[in-house]
Design a protein around this ligand. Structure first.
Ligand SMILES: *Cc1c(COP(=O)(O)O)cnc(C)c1O
Length: 346
């Protein structure tokens, strides 16, 4: 990131090409898919995928068990696409049999959107059986893999999936500012002119890369360079399985330590992904805001804000952190809890 890349220079074109190849390789999809990077946050990639890949006369079925699914349904509706929603509780996994039933009942549906790891609660939805149900019904699957790509294996040779949307700064541990869609090339090629907008037109963005290796509009040069280096870090760690195991260990140590302090997890262990842990808010005298501030003073920054309907808070397990960081966090939470009880007793 220290280097001042020329955004139209041959070196940067080569860098873009390399990162695109590394992304399709991570999804085991070199033979079938193309990686289309996009300037911006992860949400931009979800919006671009829906707008470009769901035909204007198509219909999107969104599988909802959290805020990110709800947001995807809202985006599709605002772009004028026909939308149906199959919703279940935020502490339940998407049910593949219910998906098969919904597709049998509604022949108008052309595409289905699944949030792989619903970051709202940290729940890991069952990708393989949902993808199989969608493929068996002859529909396409769009996968929001924002918080799973790089830590949970996604193998598009085995899992039928039309598009995977993710970003640079979650499990790939890059910096924010870049998202991407790994899209099935045959379908992408057929979607010229389908996007309702210009800057999020994934087909046009892809044509740009294929024509001359160039980004259509000013690229986030330093962010892309950082992603290339972050991908080296993923390789050094041992790839997706090793990274997923490190995060899962963080999650397990956190859950165990917090249980010992009296906290209850929102999800049972079998539904939990390795990325973020949701805890039930025990209520007064406990205050998440007070705990957040106490930890912040020690240089430990939690994830503020809740998305679930239930009173809860979340602690992230991802990023360039190790088990010592998690144990230090647990010690700080333990000290806060003892102090809080002291204050309540006084
Ligand atoms: C973070 C996230 C998004 C949105 O990404 P932004 O970079 O915040 O726009 C979408 N879906 C899921 C599942 C996420 O975890």
């Amino acid at each position: 990131m220290d280097r001042d890349w020329g955004s139209r220079d041959a070196d940067f074109v080569a860098l873009s090409e390399r990162v695109r190849r590394r992304l399709v390789a991570l999804a085991q999809s070199e033979a079938t898919h193309a990686a289309v990077p996009l300037q911006g946050a992860g949400t931009f990639a979800v919006e671009a995928a829906i707008g470009t890949l769901v035909p204007r006369d198509g219909k999107l079925l969104v599988l909802v068990n959290g805020a990110y699914g709800r947001r995807a349904a809202e985006m599709a509706a605002r772009m004028g696409r026909a939308v149906a929603v199959l919703e279940c509780a935020e502490d339940r996994a998407v049910d593949p049999a219910a998906v098969a039933g919904a597709l049998a009942d509604d022949p108008a549906v052309t595409d289905v959107l699944l949030v792989h790891l619903e970051t709202t609660s940290g729940l890991l939805n069952p990708l393989a059986p949902v993808a199989a149900a969608v493929a068996a019904a002859g529909r396409r699957l769009l996968l929001d893999a924002m918080s799973s790509f790089g830590a949970v294996p996604i193998n598009l040779r085995e899992t039928p999936c039309s598009a995977v949307m993710a970003s640079a700064n979650k499990c790939l541990e890059g910096v924010p500012g870049l998202a991407y869609v790994i899209a099935e090339a045959g379908h992408l090629a057929a979607m010229a002119g389908n996007s309702p907008g210009t800057s999020l037109d994934l087909h046009a963005q892809w044509r740009g890369f294929e024509a001359n290796g160039q980004w259509r509009f000013t690229p986030p040069t330093h962010v892309l360079a950082a992603l290339d280096t972050a991908l080296d870090g993923l390789d050094r760690e041992g790839g997706v399985a090793a990274r997923g195991a490190r995060y899962a260990r963080h999650c397990e140590v956190l859950a165990g330590g917090l249980a010992a302090l009296g906290f209850r997890t929102y999800l049972p262990p079998d539904l939990r992904g390795p990325v973020i842990l949701t805890l039930r808010d025990p209520g007064p005298p406990f205050s998440f805001e007070a705990m957040y501030a106490a930890l912040h003073r020690q240089g430990i920054v939690l994830y503020p804000g809740k998305l679930t309907g239930a009173p809860s808070f979340r602690i992230g397990c991802i990023g360039a952190i190790n088990e010592d960081d998690i144990r230090r966090t647990l010690a700080a939470i333990g000290a806060f809890m003892r102090q809080g009880h002291q204050a309540a007793a006084d």
